[in-house]
Design a binder for this molecule. Structure first.
Ligand code: GDP
Ligand code: IMO
Ligand code: MG
Length: 434
């Protein structure tokens, strides 16, 4: 296995965590390069369910080097909670490395996230409320505090003395009832810094060395292409660059060092938070998919909006990311439906359209045009072993037709098919002929 990036091709929650956990069997290093604890990556190993927010999913495989790269924003208290939780469950975090260049999410970032959302009234983004936007704004505005500074008590105190009163002024101006208590926050952050210090280091050099040594490295994307700050459905997006182009700057490697890019797409689509969603379903069908797919946010527990697979979105994601393979997840969730639909293109003002307009009012007017497939029987857990052993030909005919259509229309080879939540409930077609 060479260096591989795993990238969400929709609006997040495609099953990236599970795919990374699966691929990590062959990896030596696993790296998060953007986003923060707005991410919620669920991984089910046997009967154990892990919900990872900051930590790369590969940390669940013993001995892998787990890196939180410079492009990530980190809530120190949440990260410490995750570390403690893993330790309690018998997992080692000895191989965790946190970039000294990564920015910290501060208490005022979380308050600002809430205050800004409240002011937006009808235009609310529906953020996760984790302070992601304000933390990235401060990074770009050169007011951020980096992990290397968080772990240096003198520097941290000096920075906080300046920035907390400034942020409290902003919070008050925005009408926030809560501001940050400087003394308490400083004490807490100094303590976090002390506890995180052993993990904070120059991860860029570590990755350069790993590449020189030809180590097998996995890069774990968070969020999805349609939540990208530049290319997503702005302003209903997250505040980082989620596409493969950011693997390089978010971790400090050269773009040349990346060999493969795996896109992850659900066999249908989900979205949490506000914003346009052309293939969205309502009513009974939405409820059926949401319930069977367990479509509730890993981070916030919010109900996810559900819709059919959108090939306009998938082709756009392919063009932006350059996928060399696709992981098609949660196909089992569609089992038992009478028919399964896929959006092939849109109709916009009476005309065929195959692109995502940047203007949201146009996107909202896009009507999906569907290709319909016969449904297939539910896959029983007892059958999965035989299917996984026997390969693609063991899947029901209409399911295979669906998969082959997605492959042809997206122009990307389907390398993995998700058949269930657990680690091994996955058909690996990477080295197999159909
Ligand atoms: P991520 O944010 O992209 O890592 O995805 P989440 O973990 O937020 O959401 C995906 C959910 O689907 C998780 O609960 C996974 O355990 C689950 N999942 C992943 N792949 C499959 C699959 O192929 N079938 C089923 N039934 N569940 C899956
Ligand atoms: P994973 O990595 C799904 C969404 C939020 C909101 C918008 C902005 O699990 O796929 P933010 O808190 O980032 O400022 O919120 O982005 N969002 C996600 N949706 N999965 C995620 O991550 C998400 N991270 C952010 O719901 O609409
Ligand atoms: Mg998620």
């Amino acid at each position: 296995m060479p260096t591989i990036a795993v990238i969400g091709s929709q609006w997040g929650d495609e099953g990236k965590g599970k795919i990374v956990d699966f691929l990590a069997e062959e990896a030596q290093v696993v790296v998060r390069f953007q986003g923060g604890n707005n991410a919620g990556h669920s991984v089910k190993v046997g009967e154990e369910l892990y919900k990872l927010h900051h930590l790369p999913s590969g940390i669940l495989r013993p001995g892998r080097l787990a890196v939180i790269g410079n492009g990530v924003v980190i809530d120190p208290g949440v990260l410490l909670g995750e570390i403690d939780d893993l330790k309690r469950r018998g997992k080692s975090v000895r191989n965790l490395k946190i970039s000294d260049r990564a920015h910290a999410i501060m208490p005022y970032h979380k308050l600002l996230d809430g205050a800004e959302e409240r002011l937006r009234k009808s235009g609310k983004v529906g953020t996760t409320g984790r302070g992601i936007g304000p933390a990235y704004s401060d990074k770009v505005g050169r007011l951020g505090i980096r992990m290397g500074e968080l772990v240096d008590e003198d520097v941290l105190r000096e920075r906080l003395e300046f920035v907390i009163p400034l942020k409290n002024k902003v919070l008050r101006a925005l009408g926030s009832e809560t501001v940050v208590d400087e003394k308490t926050a400083t004490m807490e952050l100094v303590d976090y810094g002390r506890r995180l210090k052993p993990f904070v280091t120059d991860t860029v050099s570590i990755l350069h060395k790993a590449i020189d040594e030809k180590k097998r490295i996995l890069f774990e994307g968070a969020q999805g292409t349609m939540l990208d700050i530049d290319h997503g459905t702005y302003p209903f997006v997250t505040s980082s660059t989620t596409v493969s182009g950011n693997v390089a700057s978010g971790s400090g490697i050269s773009p040349n060092a990346l060999n493969e890019i795996f896109g992850v797409t659900k066999a249908y689509t989900t979205r949490v938070g506000a914003g346009p969603f052309p293939t969205e379903l309502h009513g009974e069908l939405h409820e059926r998919i949401a319930e069977k797919g367990g479509e509730f946010g890993t981070t916030t527990g919010r109900s996810r909006r559900c819709g059919w697979l959108d090939l306009v979105v998938l082709r756009y994601a392919q063009a932006l990311n350059g996928f060399t393979g696709l992981a098609l997840t949660k196909i089992d969730v569609l089992g038992g439906l009478d028919e399964v639909k896929v959006c092939t293109h849109y109709k916009l003002d009476g005309r065929k359209s195959t692109r995502i307009p940047s203007d949201l009012r146009s996107l909202e007017r896009c009507e999906p045009v569907y290709r319909c497939f016969d449904g297939w029987e539910e896959l029983q857990r007892s059958e999965l072993k035989a299917i996984i052993k026997g390969g693609f030909s063991q899947l029901p005919k209409s399911l295979r037709d669906f998969v082959l259509f997605v492959e042809k229309e997206s122009g990307v080879r389907i390398a993995l098919i998700g058949l269930g939540m657990r680690r091994n409930e996955l058909l690996d077609l990477r080295r197999k002929r159909r």
